[in-house]
Ligand binder design. Structure first.
Ligand code: IMP
Length: 199
């Protein structure tokens, strides 16, 4: 079975290959599948955006497509940056500039609770859709810590671990992260789906 990842992000491709490889599913990037377009993420939720991306690629290729949409939701900011996490701050802002802006917005606020969310959507050529969502709870640190990961990882203290997401090894991050949790649930649902559909 060949699936297309609705993204050209190498990190996402690697994570998906690790989780789906032993199920006999080959995952190709959008570019490898000859789809040279970027889908506008106009949805109001992570789930809507993941579905928009997967559907566009299935329409273009006639193949099963998988997409994920993720971001950071901060309680004291009414869930921002949320679906706009990648585009937070001025255009072209670096990861460090984005989390510095976040720290500034949170200055003086007592409630630092936040969660990472990852929503996965897989669309099949026959119209079937499989979804899964994962979260990782934590709080926003007063200053960055650690050098691993990407994005907002240095300012995110993982609940129960006492370490920032950027202080975890890739394996440790995968074991607790929103994307890891979403992918594990997705795999479970996919196994049930394939069993029920005789594959
Ligand atoms: P997208 O899912 O590729 O649309 O982008 C989501 C954005 O959310 C990224 O650009 C990051 O800013 C942020 N984000 C998503 N997952 C993580 C993570 O695991 N660590 C840190 N930041 C993340």
């Amino acid at each position: 079975m060949e699936w297309i990842l609705a993204s050209n992000n190498e990190k996402k491709l690697k994570e998906l290959r690790e989780i789906l490889g032993d199920m006999g599913i080959t995952v190709r990037s959008q570019r490898e599948a000859g789809c040279d377009f970027e889908v506008d993420e106009t949805g109001e939720t992570f789930a809507e955006n993941a579905r928009l991306k997967a559907e566009a690629v299935t329409r273009a290729t006639g193949k099963a497509a998988i997409a994920d949409d993720s971001g950071l939701c901060v309680e004291a900011l009414d869930g921002r940056p949320g679906v706009h996490s990648a585009r937070y701050g001025p255009p072209g802002a670096t990861d460090a500039e984005k989390y510095t802006l976040l720290l500034k917005e949170l200055r003086g606020k007592e409630n630092r609770r936040a969660r990472f969310v990852s929503s996965i959507c897989c669309t099949f050529p026959n119209g079937d859709v499989l979804t899964a969502e994962g979260v990782c709870e934590g709080e926003i640190l007063p200053a960055p810590r650690g050098s691993g990961g990407f994005g907002y990882d240095p300012v995110f203290l993982v609940s129960g671990l006492g370490r920032s997401m950027a202080e975890l090894t890739p394996e440790e991050k995968n074991a607790v992260s929103h994307r890891g949790n979403a992918l594990r649930l997705f795999r479970q649902r996919l196994e049930e789906y394939l069993a029920a559909n005789g594959e």
